[in-house]
Design a protein around this ligand. Structure first.
Ligand code: UTP
Length: 477
C-alpha cells in the first residue's frame, strides 16, 4: 500500500477514534486502491464528526414526539372561502411571465410499495395513452411555458439507485418536448444506517458504508450541494414549485398558489403548502397545524386520535387540513435552510433490517431477522415552521391528488386512473359534454385529457369537444 494511503487511513482513524467509529476502517488495510478511495470518501461525505450527536439523539435514545400544548388547526384559504382569487392568480401569472419560477420534483424514493422495476416517474400512469408520470409533468410544464411565454426550468431529484435510469429515460424520449437545458437532475444524499444497540455506523461491505436515502427533506441540502440553487438563481429564478413524483394530477405550475405564496398578507413568501380536506378523522395523512404561531405538519401518528376526531359546531373536523406534499418555496429560504445550522431539519428514526458486514466476525455478512438498524430520514414539511408566515391553500382532491403509492388498493394505479378520468369528466361536463355515469355516479367510459390540451378546465374553451361520450368508449383529447 502506498505510504500516502497509509497516512490517509491513519489520519482518519484518529478522527474516528474520537467518535467511536474506528471499526469502519477494519478492512481498510486489505483493500485495493479504488475500493479504499471509495470507503474513505464515503466516510468523509457522511461527516463522522456529527455521529455522536446523531447517535445520542436518535439511536441510543428514541426521540419522543411530544405534541405542544397550544397546537391548533392551521388556518387556510378555503375552496369555498370569500377571498380575492383573481388578485392572487394575477400575482402568480406575473411571476411566471417574469420567468421567476422553476418546478422541482422529488423522485429519489425507492417506490418499494409499488414494486415497479424502474424509477417511479417512468411508471405508465395515464388511463389511455399510458403516458408515464414524468411525461404528464413535462407536458404540463410545456403548456405553462407557452401560456406565460417563458421557459420554466425543471429540477428533478433522483437517488444514486435511479439517477442513470432517470436521465436515460428522458434522453430516450427527447425530454418529452422540453429543452434539455431546462431540465436538470441531481441525486439526493444519503445517511449511514446505525446499529440500534451500539450506535456504530454499519458497513455494507468491507469497502462501503450501509447508506440509506436521507428522505425528501434531504432535497433541500441536495439542491444546495448539487449547485442547483445557484444555477437556478443565475437564471433569475426566485421560487420553486415542489411536488412528488407519484401524483398523476398535480398541477406543476399553479398561478393561484404561487400568487398566494408571494403576495398573501399572511405569507412571508418563504414556504407555502396545499392541503385537501381530510376524508375522515382516521385518515392517515399529515395534518396542518399552528404551533407557537408557526405553520407545521404533524404526522397522524403523533396526534392523539381523540384530537383528530374533534369537531367544530357544524360537525366538520377541526383538524381538517391533510397534507398532499405540494409546496412553493423561495430560493432564499431554501439556501438558508440548507446552509444555516440553526435551520437544520430534524431527522426521523425508522427501525429497519439492514444487512451488514460484521468487523467483529472477520467481515461475515449478516442478514438480520429482526430490525437491527436505525435509518434516518428528513421530511420536507419540517421546514415549514422555519418560515415566518406560511399559508395553506385548500384544493379539491379530484382536481389535484391522484397518487400512485401501492400496487393495489388505496393510492394505486387503478385509483389514480379513476381519479384522472373523474377529473377529465368534470372538466368536460363543465363545458356541457354529456358523460355516462352509473348508479354510483362513476364514469363508465375512459377519458383522458392531455396536459398539452388543458391543464385547467378553462383551456377547453375553443377545443372541439364531442356533445356526448358513449358508455364504454375511450376518448383521448
Ligand atoms: P414516499 O414516502 O412515498 O416513499 O415518497 P417512496 O420511497 O417513494 O415509496 P415507498 O415508501 O418505498 O413505497 C414520497 C415522495 O418523496 C420522494 C419519493 O420519490 C416520492 O416522490 N422521496 C422519498 C425522495 O425523493 N427521497 C427519499 O429519500 C424518500
Amino acid at each position: 500500500m502506498p505510504s500516502t494511503d497509509t497516512q490517509a487511513i491513519d489520519q482518519l482513524r484518529s478522527r474516528l477514534e474520537a467518535v467511536n467509529q474506528t471499526h469502519l476502517l477494519a478492512f481498510a488495510g486489505q483493500l485495493e486502491a479504488d475500493d479504499l478511495q471509495q470507503l474513505l470518501s464515503q466516510i468523509e461525505t457522511a461527516e463522522p464528526q456529527t455521529f455522536p450527536e446523531l447517535v445520542k439523539t436518535y439511536v441510543t435514545s428514541k426521540p419522543v414526539a411530544e405534541l405542544p400544548a397550544g397546537v391548533e388547526p392551521a388556518p387556510y384559504y378555503a375552496l369555498d372561502g370569500d377571498w380575492d382569487r383573481a388578485k392572487f392568480r394575477k400575482a402568480g401569472e406575473d411571476l411566471l411571465r417574469a420567468g421567476k419560477v422553476a418546478c422541482f420534483t422529488v423522485a429519489g424514493g425507492q417506490g418499494s410499495r409499488l414494486g415497479y422495476n424502474g424509477p417511479k416517474g417512468c411508471y405508465p400512469a395515464a388511463p389511455i395513452s399510458g403516458k408515464p408520470l414524468f411525461q404528464l409533468f413535462a407536458e404540463s410544464i410545456r403548456k405553462a411555458s407557452s401560456l406565460y411565454g417563458k421557459p420554466i426550468p425543471w429540477a428533478i431529484m433522483t437517488s444514486d439507485l435511479n439517477h442513470e435510469a432517470t436521465v436515460e429515460f428522458f434522453e430516450q424520449h427527447q425530454y418529452f418536448g422540453l429543452d434539455p437545458k431546462d431540465v436538470s437532475f441531481f441525486p439526493q444524499g444519503s445517511m449511514p444506517a446505525f446499529d440500534r444497540k451500539t450506535g456504530r455506523a454499519l458497513l455494507a461491505s468491507p469497502s462501503s458504508l450501509a447508506l440509506t436515502p436521507d428522505g425528501h427533506g434531504g432535497s433541500i441540502r441536495a439542491l444546495h450541494r448539487s449547485g442547483t440553487l445557484d444555477a437556478l438563481r443565475a437564471r433569475g429564478i426566485e421560487h420553486l414549485s415542489y411536488f412528488q413524483v407519484d401524483n398523476a394530477t398535480v398541477k406543476p405550475v399553479d398561478p393561484l398558489f404561487l400568487g398566494l405564496h408571494v403576495a398573501a398578507p399572511d405569507s412571508s413568501a418563504e414556504m407555502s403548502s396545499k392541503m385537501v380536506a381530510k376524508a375522515y378523522a382516521e385518515e392517515k395523512v399529515g395534518l396542518f397545524c399552528k404551533i407557537n404561531g408557526r405553520t407545521a405538519v404533524v404526522e397522524y401518528s403523533d396526534m392523539p386520535m381523540q384530537r383528530q376526531q374533534e369537531t367544530n359546531t357544524d360537525g366538520s373536523l377541526k383538524f381538517n387540513g391533510g397534507s398532499i406534499a405540494i409546496h412553493a418555496m423561495s430560493l432564499d429560504f431554501l439556501s438558508r435552510v440548507a446552509t444555516n445550522p440553526d435551520y437544520a431539519l430534524p431527522f426521523h428514526r425508522a427501525d429497519k433490517k439492514v444487512a451488514f458486514c460484521d468487523p467483529d466476525a472477520d467481515g461475515r455478512c449478516v442478514t438480520p431477522d429482526e430490525p437491527n438498524a436505525v435509518k434516518l430520514e428528513m421530511f420536507v414539511f419540517d421546514a415549514l415552521p422555519l418560515a415566518e408566515r406560511s399559508i395553506v391553500l385548500e384544493t379539491d382532491r379530484v382536481e389535484e391528488f391522484a397518487p400512485i403509492k401501492n400496487a393495489e388498493g388505496n393510492d394505486s394505479p387503478e385509483t389514480s386512473k379513476a381519479l384522472q378520468i373523474e377529473r377529465a369528466a368534470r372538466w368536460l361536463e363543465a363545458r356541457g359534454v354529456r358523460i355516462p355515469r352509473d348508479s354510483q355516479n362513476e364514469v363508465i367510459a375512459t377519458i383522458e385529457i392531455s396536459p398539452l390540451t388543458a391543464t385547467d378546465p378553462s383551456h377547453l374553451e375553443g377545443v372541439d369537444l364531442p356533445e356526448e361520450i358513449e358508455p364504454g368508449s375511450e376518448v383521448a383529447l
